[in-house]
Design a protein around this ligand. Sequence first.
Ligand SMILES: Cc1ncc(C[n+]2csc(CCOP(=O)(O)OP(=O)(O)O)c2C)c(N)n1
Length: 346
Amino acid sequence: MQPLQILHPDGTLAAAPPVGRDEARRLFAAMVHARVYDRKATAMQKQGRLATYAPFEGQEAAQIGSAAALRPDDWMVATYRDAAAMWMQGYLWEDLLLGRIGDERGGSPPEGVPVLPPSITVGAHMLHAVGLGWAERLRGEDRIAITYFGDGATSEGDFHEAMNFAAVFTVPVVFLCQNNQYAISMPVSRQTASATIAQKADAYGMPGVLVDGNDVFAVLAATAEAVARARAGEGPTLIEALTYRTGPHTTADDPGRYRSGDEAAAWRERDPIDRLRAHLRAEGAWDEAWEQGILDEAAAAIEAAVARAEALEVWHPREIVDGMYAEPTAPLLRQRDALLRDLGES
Ligand SMILES: Cc1ncc(C[n+]2csc(CCOP(=O)(O)OP(=O)(O)O)c2C)c(N)n1
C-alpha cells in the first residue's frame, strides 16, 4: 500500500491540491501558529509552569489538515498530543494549558465547542467518539465524530471494540491514527506485525486509507472523503497518517535513548511546515514578512492565553471535583471529603 501523497517532500506537487491558494495559506498559518504554542508549552514545562507536556512538533499537518476537513459542529475526541487539532476545532489554548497545569477548569471547552477534553488514557476515548457519532445517527442528525489516536493505541482492546462497533452499526466516525512511529520507546515494528495500521480496517469491514501524514493536502483530502462518507450514512473509515514526532514523547522523556539521530534527521527533511512553505513560495504565495507576521500574531495570542490561564486563582481543595461532572458522583464526593479531613478542613 503506497501512502496518498499530493505534496512531495520538496514542495512540488504529485497531484492537484484539494484547496485553493487562500485555504492553503490559512493551513500554513494554522500550522505555524500551532508550532508556536507547542514550543511555548514545552518551554513553560521546563520553567516549572506546566506539569508535563506532550509535544506534537512534526505532526502539525496530520492534525491541522484533518481538522480542516470538519464542520464546526462535528465532534472531536482526541489525546494529550492533539492540541493543534483541538484548537482548530475551537478548544482554547488557555484551556489546554490549564489541563497541563492540573486545573480541572481546562476540561471544559467554551459553550458550543464540540470537543471533549484530551484523553490521557490510551485508547479509551475512541469509544466515546463512537458513542457520540452513534447518538447523532440515532437522532437523525448529520454531525459526525472524529477521533485521534497513536499507533500504540491500536494495541488496546478499546481500539477493537470501537472499530467493530462502528462498522457494525454504520456509525459516522473517522478514526484518525497518527502513526508517529513510536509509543513512548516502543517502535511500531514491535507494536504490530501488520505491514500497515490502515489494513486493519479490512478486518472490521471499513475502508482503510494510508496517507503521508506530513503532507497537509493529502491528509485534508483523505479526511474530507472519510467525513463525506460518514455524513452520507456510509459509516466509518480508518485513516493512518504516517508521521514522526520530532521531539520527546513528553517533557519527561529522552528519545536519544531509543532512536538514532540519523532517523530524526531524515524525518526533519520531511517537515510538514517546510514542505508547504516550499510549495507556497513556488506559487508566489509566501514571503518572509507574511510568515513573520503570523509568528508575531501567534506569540501575542499565546502569551495572552498564558496570562489568562495563570491569572486564575488556584482552586481550593474543596472545589477540585467541581469540574469533573455536572453532578459530582458519590465516590468523588467521598474522596473530596477524605482529602479535606486529611487537610484538617472538614
Ligand atoms: C491505558 C493506558 N496505558 C498506558 C498508558 C501510558 N502511556 C501514555 S502514552 C503511551 C504511549 C502511547 O503511544 P501512541 O498511542 O502511539 O501515541 P503517542 O503518544 O505516540 O502520540 C503510554 C503507554 C496510558 N496513558 N493509558
